[in-house]
Write a protein that binds this ligand. Structure first.
Ligand code: ACO
Length: 365
């Protein structure tokens, strides 16, 4: 068999999946036969998690049962609160999350991966984040609500305020659009770990570690930093040009797969424009988008660099009041659905991943 080398595995198909189609040429994103951008505006987080895990949208009764299962699993066990409390104060949230998920790794999560395991990890993730976040701010922990859905409960546990409908809807749209995205770095990590028949918590801890990097999930925080540094519309062109002259990346632009507009960025752009009280910051974001696309075409002609999901994720998350330090953890709150769905799918037809490496070192004398 001829072995090809492909750095970054670009263009290599590593698995078959029924979960999503990411069509980078045409800018399409499909979840199990449905357009993701339509699911994002018409359905709840719970309905789309159900769709990805079970393969179909729930009926009224199955949704009710499923909602209850998620709500029951929102609570933090005492031992986990204790572990989180003992972590160094300077530890960033993604590292806290990785450690907390790992600490949950009892035999309950052993191979073979199940929807029940996926439900438990998905349900508890927002509580881990809000518990730690409030503790670090010197605020009392807010127990999960039994009356709010997943997205609204997350905002409620962070702020202590029941969010309005517009904010819940915007966060839900963001969460649905970022729930699943084919064989990205963190999903691949989860599948590789699971392919050894390791447990679900190991696969998800590894995926969190992969998501943490700035080239993957860390970008939206840097988008806010970019926009804050630019400050005004007048400043945008010279600031961005300077970055490109210095061969620096502009965060929130470019994508390994999409060589046209990222459909998730497009959908989130619509969501931001519908949010009440659109502010000057959003105005600046639209201006920076247009300027950066123009300059990227000038400095990187033909590379087709457009806004990626992270750019408008930053705008939506900021608009719903999410602190910038929680952007990547919030991405985890949604992407954990895709990771666990892939781990389950991997388990249905497992083959351990074992690519080759090409030796380029010296040989013994
Ligand atoms: N700013 C400036 N130049 C860029 C950018 C950017 N944001 N993105 C790509 N380029 C350049 C590359 O340097 C490269 O230049 P070259 O051909 O002269 O060497 C060219 O455009 C082609 O890009 P690739 O390197 O082929 O892009 P790749 O597929 O390897 O990387 C990536 C994709 C990592 C997302 C890259 O575009 C990037 O670093 N963007 C900024 C970080 C970011 O926004 N990450 C979030 C991605 S979305 C997500 O993870 C959910």
């Amino acid at each position: 068999m001829k072995i090809l080398m492909n750095p970054g595995l670009t263009g290599v198909v590593a698995a078959e999946t029924k979960l999503s189609l990411v069509d980078g040429e045409n800018g399409h994103l499909v979840y199990r036969g449905h357009w993701a951008k339509e699911l994002a505006v018409h359905y709840s987080f719970e309905e789309i998690a159900y769709l990805l895990w079970y393969g179909q949208l729930p009926n009224e009764i199955s949704l009710k049962v499923f909602n209850e299962e998620l709500k029951e699993n929102r609570y933090l066990p005492d031992f986990l609160m204790d572990i989180i409390d003992r972590l160094p104060v300077e530890m960033d949230m993604m590292s806290v999350l990785r450690t907390a998920i790992s600490a949950l790794g009892s035999s309950t999560f052993d191979w073979q991966p199940t929807v029940n395991q996926a439900t438990k990890l998905t349900a508890i993730t927002p509580t881990i984040i809000s518990y730690r976040y409030r503790k670090m701010k010197g605020l009392d922990f807010i127990q999960p609500s039994q009356h709010l859905d997943h997205a609204a409960n997350y905002l409620y546990m962070l702020t202590g305020i029941i969010p309005n409908e517009a904010h819940t809807r915007a966060l839900t749209a963001y969460m649905i659009l970022t729930m699943e995205h084919g064989m990205n770095a963190s999903t691949f990590t989860a599948r590789v770990i699971s392919s050894t028949q390791s447990d679900m918590t190991s696969a998800i801890s590894g995926a969190i570690g992969s998501m943490k990097g700035p080239l993957h999930g860390g970008a939206p925080t840097e988008v806010v930093q970019l926009l804050n540094e630019i400050g005004t519309k007048e400043n945008a062109e010279s600031y961005l040009r300077n970055k490109l002259e210095n061969k620096e990346l502009i965060m929130g632009f470019g994508h390994r797969v999409y060589k046209t507009k990222d459909p998730r960025a497009e959908a989130l752009r619509t969501v931001t424009s519908q949010l009440a009280g659109s502010d000057t910051w959003l105005d600046l974001a639209y201006h920076v988008e247009n300027t950066a696309i123009k300059l990227l075409e000038e400095y990187k002609p033909g590379r087709k660099l457009y806004t990626n999901v992270e750019f408008y994720a930053a705008a939506v998350l900021r608009a719903v009041g999410m602190p910038a330090e929680l952007f990547t953890p919030t991405f985890t709150v949604s992407r954990i659905v895709g990771w666990t769905a892939h781990v389950i799918e991997q388990g249905e037809n497992n083959k351990i991943f074992r690519p080759e490496s090409a030796y380029v070192g010296s040989m013994p004398e």
